[in-house]
Design a binder for this molecule. Structure first.
Ligand code: AMP
Length: 211
């Protein structure tokens, strides 16, 4: 299949992605933010954009439905990088993946059991195993900050930017798991088949990031 399909992450990341793409010479043919459509043509004839949930971008790129994707590092850590290349750190949507617990609650020690609520269940499982702790991981997809306050979990693993959301809910940050920013990813086969086209966009995006 000719042409290039790029899977974008909607929401906060999209807002910072569009200006970067524009500086790299790629603009959607219509206003993405004002539309409910999920697929968009661009000013470049054979390049189209898909607008997806963050958790789905790696899936689309892994399956080759999209050649390229823009996804948070948190999604790459959670869903794995099999079949993908991470081409470029776009240095946008920076945040941290952290553990958090109620303010003042004594930290759990190695060897102790701890219950942890997170939507990043794989990341959380790996982190607590690395810390030598027995973690019961509880999958939650929203309002994570509530979990420790209602007794659902001892701790949470979540994205932290300013820390305001945690503080507003009586929580404090504990361990840093990873620094997060958005990355340009490519399907491995697509990179081989469409090398020149992908490389050219990667180079323009790199210049846009540096500029
Ligand atoms: P804050 O209160 O500034 O620490 O923001 C925390 C909340 O904002 C988290 O629960 C996240 O859901 C969301 N958030 C902040 N930064 C990002 C980001 N770069 N990507 C995705 N979600 C984010």
């Amino acid at each position: 299949m000719s042409g290039l399909t790029i899977a974008l992450t909607k929401g906060r990341i999209l807002q910072e992605t569009l200006p970067l793409l524009a500086r790299a010479g790629l603009t959607p043919a219509e206003d993405i933010q004002a539309s409910r459509k999920l697929e968009f043509a661009t000013n470049v004839n054979d390049v189209r954009l898909l607008v997806l949930r963050g958790a789905d971008v790696t899936t689309y790129v892994r399956h080759g439905v999209a050649d390229l994707g823009i996804a948070g590092k948190d999604m790459l850590l959670e869903h794995g990088s099999d079949g993908l290349y991470e081409l470029l750190d776009l240095e946008i949507s920076r945040c941290r993946l952290m553990t958090a617990a109620p303010k003042g609650q004594p930290p759990k020690k190695a060897g102790e059991r701890v219950s942890v609520a997170s939507k990043f269940t794989n990341i959380a499982r790996r982190h607590y195993a690395d810390m030598g702790m027995n973690a019961d991981i509880i999958a939650l997809y929203g309002a994570l900050e509530l979990a420790p306050n209602v007794g659902l979990s001892d701790e949470i693993v979540d994205i932290v930017d300013t820390g305001n959301t945690l503080r507003a809910n009586g929580l404090e940050t504990r361990e840093l798991i990873a620094h997060v920013s958005s990355r340009l990813i490519a399907n491995k086969a697509a990179l081989k088949m469409k090398y020149a086209q992908i490389k050219s966009l990667e180079d323009r995006l790199r210049e846009a990031v540096q500029g």
